[in-house]
Write a protein that binds this ligand. Structure first.
Ligand code: DGT
Ligand code: CA
Ligand code: CA
Length: 574
């Protein structure tokens, strides 16, 4: 398998790192680096080359290195590697990727200051001891500090929204400046995972080296990590890593499948291929030497006997088994969305007037929007006391008079108070078209009980952002989500999928459970500006990752149907 190529490349790079760290002869280091690169970019299978004694035909692979490859392939170990890495902690290894921090400096910091990891290094910078080492000084330390910041930023996961913007810019840039035909994002970005480790882009093109040269000149590039004939990695502003790969058109589908992942999904597929006497790789599907599929993703899935699996589903959560039985349902799509049930206006803390929200929303052909400003106790957000709420309703009435097709609905995002009571009396909630309730205060105090009590109120239709998490910023409320979900199912309360990319709350995993429990979901943008109404797409993508179909999502229903589905109306009928 070509997997071994990668493993070996990594091992040789590690050896070079270790030698560099130890201050070994520079030519040795270069030799190992070269071998690593050759293996990494090799299109043939290193195991095959080893068996046919053709390893030393490769440029950069001499007898000694070929011997080490053979040793690893037959024993699974490499003595040289074990020998040179024996005394170096693994966390130190990773730190060699920090720009401006050379192996010599790192070795010195390790020996004299006992630096073993990032935290130690930060401390040594802060307390000035690093600067006092021989041949260091403030200027050098300042450079290392910059490298460290970049390194840390690169190792954070990005929000899907940020990653998507960067990828779009790069793809547009490449399309404009090169003659590529097929190009697509791959990896977690294409799967719409809520956070993205790095951005993967795949393309076909004749002159790989030329495309890569242009890629590395992308105006936002901060650093080029690698630039070969078929692949390149750069760090762009914000410390974001972008990997580009160039493949042959006949392998484009197989490569797209492979680099979209997830790894777990791919492993399942490879095993299915094996069981059918086929071999699946990023180059295609092969029967013996003959390539039998690979140009498109669809034909790859087809030849394996699987229904096509949309990228958002590829997490090995049961989708492969479903595809084998040809039972992949039709998941929700943007075009199913008939309205947005969570947004704010200038009456509370948004920059958009109701008029602006309306004008913008109708561009998406929505049938309805629900204006849900904050309630009176939400002082921080200029929450509406009843008088201003009534004033808002008058304005909504006026707007609705002028519009025939679409309707602005009267809603609120009513605070669930610390006491467990709601921030408006029933006589106000009763007059709303749809009521959204949410926790905005007392994040640790009886949250489960308070939310359940809110769901007991017959006028409360939706619990907004049920867990309260902010991705990479805040954990969320102290909540027993299982209890909340059970209570939602019992009371017929809908749970929100907040589409704001930093929230995505409920997340994909809980959405799937909610679907199994027959809980209805409302996808709302929680927009505080008109532009944020566009976030609906992030909500829909997460809904797909949670296996939701249109029928599981209340804002895919017509207004008429939506009204009959409110628990207050259901109870009246029953
Ligand atoms: P990320 O970047 O951490 O958000 O996650 P991904 O899924 O984008 O992962 P990444 O960038 O490391 O690799 C992109 C895809 O390439 C991954 O989803 C599946 C494929 N891939 C990478 N390494 C392997 C591997 O060792 N085996 C298999 N089967 N697939 C791999
Ligand atoms: Ca990635
Ligand atoms: Ca990657």
């Amino acid at each position: 398998m070509d997997q071994k190529n990668k493993e070996l490349a990594k091992i040789f790079n590690r050896i070079a790192d270790a030698l560099e760290f130890q201050g070994a002869n520079v030519f040795k280091i270069i030799a190992y680096r070269k071998a690593a690169r050759v293996l990494d970019e090799l299109s043939q299978d290193v195991e095959v080359l080893s068996k046919t004694n053709k390893l030393s035909d490769l440029p950069g692979i001499g007898k000694a290195i070929a011997g080490k490859i053979n040793e690893y392939l037959t024993t699974g170990k490499m003595k040289k590697y074990e020998e040179v890495t024996k005394d170096i902690p693994g966390t130190l290894f990773d730190m060699l990727d920090i720009q401006n921090l050379g192996p010599k400096t790192l070795a010195l910091a390790h020996k004299k200051l006992r630096v073993k990891n990032l935290n130690d290094l930060k401390k040594a910078i802060k307390n000035g001891r690093l600067a006092k080492l021989p041949q260091m000084g403030e200027k050098k330390v300042e450079n290392i500090k910059q490298g460290l910041d970049l390194y840390e930023r690169a190792h954070e996961r990005l929000s899907i929204a940020v990653a998507q913007n960067v990828a779009r810019e790069i793809i547009e840039y490449l399309k404009k400046n090169t003659e590529i035909k097929d190009i697509s994002a791959a990896g977690s970005l294409r799967r719409w995972k809520e956070t993205v480790g790095d951005i993967d882009i795949l393309t076909t093109g004749k002159n790989g080296a030329e495309i890569i040269k242009i890629f590395t000149k992308f105006p936002m590039t901060e650093r080029v990590l690698a630039a070969g004939e078929t692949k390149s990695s750069i760090i762009v502003k914000g410390g974001i890593q972008v990997d580009l790969r160039i493949v042959k058109p006949k392998s484009y589908g197989a490569a797209l499948q492979y680099f979209t992942g997830s790894k777990a999904h791919n492993i399942k597929l490879r095993n299915i291929a094996k069981s059918k006497g086929l071999k699946l790789s990023e180059y295609g599907v092969f029967k013996g030497k003959k390539m039998v599929a690979g140009k498109t993703e669809k034909e790859v899935y087809k030849i394996l006997g699987l229904a096509y699996v949309p990228p958002e589903l590829r997490e090995d959560r049961g989708e492969v088994e479903l595809a084998l039985k040809n039972k992949i349902p039709k998941f929700i799509e943007m075009k199913d969305i008939k309205g947005d049930l969570h947004m704010h206006s200038t009456y509370s803390d948004s920059t958009a007037t109701i008029r602006q929200l309306t004008d913008f929303a109708w561009r998406f052909n929505y049938e309805y929007i629900l204006v849900t400003d904050h309630s009176q106790s939400a002082k921080y957000a200029h929450g509406l006391e009843p008088k201003r709420l009534y004033k808002q309703w008058k304005e909504i009435d006026k707007i609705n008079k002028r519009s025939k097709k679409s309707r602005v609905l009267k809603g609120v995002e009513v605070d669930i108070l610390k006491s467990g009571k709601l921030d408006y009396p029933d006589k106000i909630l009763k007059r709303c078209d749809v009521v959204v309730a949410a926790i905005h205060q007392g994040f640790t105090k009886n949250v489960t009980e308070r939310i359940c009590a809110a769901m007991d109120n017959p006028y409360v239709d939706i619990i907004a952002h049920p867990t309260g998490r902010l991705i990479s910023q805040r954990e969320g409320y102290a909540i027993n989500l299982h209890k909340v979900m059970e209570h939602a199912a019992q009371t017929g309360t809908w749970l929100e999928l907040n589409a704001y990319p930093d929230r995505l709350d409920l997340n994909d995993v809980y959405l799937k459970i909610a679907k199994e429990m027959d809980i209805k979901i409302s996808i709302g943008t929680d927009a505080h500006s008109i532009g944020a109404l566009l976030w609906m797409k992030f909500g829909v993508a997460q809904a797909r990752r949670g296996w939701l179909e249109a029928k599981n999502v209340v804002n895919t229903y017509s207004l008429k149907k939506l009204q009959t589905m409110r628990k207050i109306n259901k109870n009246r009928i029953e």
